[in-house]
Structure formats: structure tokens, C-alpha cells
Design a protein around this ligand. Sequence first.
Ligand code: SF4
Ligand code: SF4
Length: 386
Amino acid sequence: MITQAQIIEQGQKFGFEDVGFTSAAPFHDHKKLLLEMTDEYGWADEVGLDLKNGADPASILPGAKTIIVLIEPYFNKSYPSSMEAHFGRCYLDDDRVTKDGLAKRIKAFRQFLRDAGIDSRVPFNLPHRVGAARAGLGTFGKNCLFYSNKVVRCGSWTLPIAVVIDKEFTPGIASVKTDCPSWCKNACITSCPTGALKGNSKIDPRKCISYLTYFGDEITPLEIREPMGMYIYGCDRCQDVCPRNQPWLAQQLEPNERVAAKANNFELPRLLHMDKAYFESKIWPHMFYMGSDTIWKWKMNVARVMGNCRDKKYLPDLEKAFNENRDDRIKGMIAWAMGQIGNQDTGQILKSYSANNSGKVLKEISMAIQTIENKNKNKKNHNGAL
Ligand code: SF4
Ligand code: SF4
């Protein structure tokens, strides 16, 4: 029979920086939370993520006895700032489609278990972070993220991977608790631009920018376009401001060349003008929550970010994209972005769009023209006052 120490040693050999064990008992409290927050988590059922079922490991592997938790840091090397500005770090080197990195190591680890007569599953819907805390590998922050006890200088830049197995091992001492320093002024909660963090160690995922960037069928509501800021896919703000993450952020990490090599493909103008073939070959393999039928959402997010950049260099791209797209949600957001960036000349261009557009797009065009007129008025008042 293989020993616990041998499993830990093997996990570390495969590159996992911490390895822990917890029993395969159901996650009753987590299930209770999901049942209490059906409004907040109803979307998960709609997209086929059966989170409630995942709270019982026996539903994943009959005869489940133990969960091995492998801690994978996803931010060991630095990413180009152009990528960090617009994409959550955990997606930047994600191999869930390409299966050319982490997936291979998980497969090898499971093969090692199989060779030792241990059956395993790696479920997508088990509460991985709670599993990691129950294994005693870390605690939670008020931003609802898992903070490792020893990896990434005890920060939150890790991906806990739960491996359910059919053999019994000694569980770690559970540390399922929020463990923020008393002197922190709740930086995560106050800096969350969309008010997703409720302040009681709970999150409303529907208000989180990560969710908002890849779910939903409508144009992003006006009141959250600016708060969503520079993010196109995901959000790291509550991690970036957290004092528990500063020790890791203080380092000069060596560059992640793999991510640097694809950064050009993610330049904003390329994303705004991409077609299905480009999306499927260059983007989707790395960020796959939205399929090619939702390219409109990518383009809408990019237009919003261009508007929030306040950089006139994007105006020609926005004009071109307005003419090359038919989707009201993209056109509406482009008009908004032009209003945010533009001057009187842009106002004239927007006026020329009015004749050929109607409904929601026309409404966005009118609002954008108004935004520019207000800016001009303020400028004149300011100059007059000098
Ligand atoms: S990821 Fe962004 S939007 Fe979501 S809770 Fe954190 S700060 Fe708020
Ligand atoms: S910002 Fe402060 S309150 Fe929020 S997770 Fe970090 S330490 Fe905790």
C-alpha cells in the first residue's frame, strides 16, 4: 500500500507546491450556502454547473473516501502588463482547452495513483477552495478567495485542485475560516467597483466583473460600464489591493514567455475586428467561457474598455467597427465609447450614424452625442472662468 508521504512526494515532483488531504465527507455548509443563495447562484444551474451535486464527493466517485488537494500557483512568472490590465491572471496561462501544461501533470498524478490501485476523479463542480481549507492548506479572505498557508508567499494566486479518491488517508486539520488581519480596512470590499463583495465573506457572483464579462445576453448597463473599467475577461482588483497579496506582488518575477508570445493576439484593435476563424484559433483556446456565437460579447467588452481608456487613438477602430458590425449590442457600446473619448468631430460622425440607425442603437448614439456636448459645455465654462 502506498503511503501518504509518497503521495505528497509524487505530487511535489509533478510541480504542485503543496499537497493536503481531507475526508470525502459531504460539504454540508457549502451546500446550505448554495441553497440560501439560490438567486445568486441560479445561473450556475443554467450553464450546467451542478454546484449542489458537487458538494457530495460520493456523487462524483461512489466509494469516495478522501480528497487529495493539490495546490497549483498560476502566477509564478510575470505577465505582460498589457495582458494583466485586461484579463484575470488565472486565465492568462489556462490550459483547460490546450491541455498542454497543467492537464498533463494532473493526468500523470492520476496515473501514479492508478498504478498504486487508487481510483480517482477530478470533478469541476466540487468546492475546490473549501476542500483546500478543509485539508488545512490555507484560509479565506473577505474577498471569498483562498489564501495558501505557504505557497505564493501565503497569497491568493493559486488554483486548488481536488482529486477525489477511493482510499482512506489521514485528513489535515481543517482551517475553514476567514483570516484577514484586523488592521486591514476591508480594502477588497471598498475597492470592488461593482459592489459584488457583501462584507460578510460572501459574494454576489452576478455583480462580479468576472461574471459580467462573460455572462449575460444584453448590452452592459450604463451604470456599470465605467466601474468595469479596463477588464475584458475576468477581474483581479480585489486580489491586487489585498495586503495579504503584497509580499508576492513585491517581487520581480521572471517573464512568462509563453504568455508574452501570444500578447499581440490580444491587442484591443485585433479583438475588436476579429472574425470567427481568428477567435477560434487565437483566443478561444485560451479563454473559452464564451464560444464563437458570443463573439459579440468580446467585441462589446473591448469597445467598453476602449471607451474607458479615454485614448483618441482608438477612434478610427471604433468607427470602422461600427460600420462592420450589425449587432445592436456592439454598435451601442461603440457609440458609448466614442462619446467617452470623442470631441466635436466625433459628435458629427455620431450624428451621421443617426439617420441609418434606430431603437437601442439610436438611443446610445443620442446619449453619446449628449456626452460630447456636455464635455464641450464644461470645457467652455472652465475656459470662461479662467
Ligand atoms: S473580482 Fe473584481 S468585481 Fe469580482 S469581487 Fe473582486 S473586485 Fe469585485
Ligand atoms: S483586502 Fe483585507 S479584508 Fe480583503 S481579503 Fe485582503 S486582508 Fe482580507
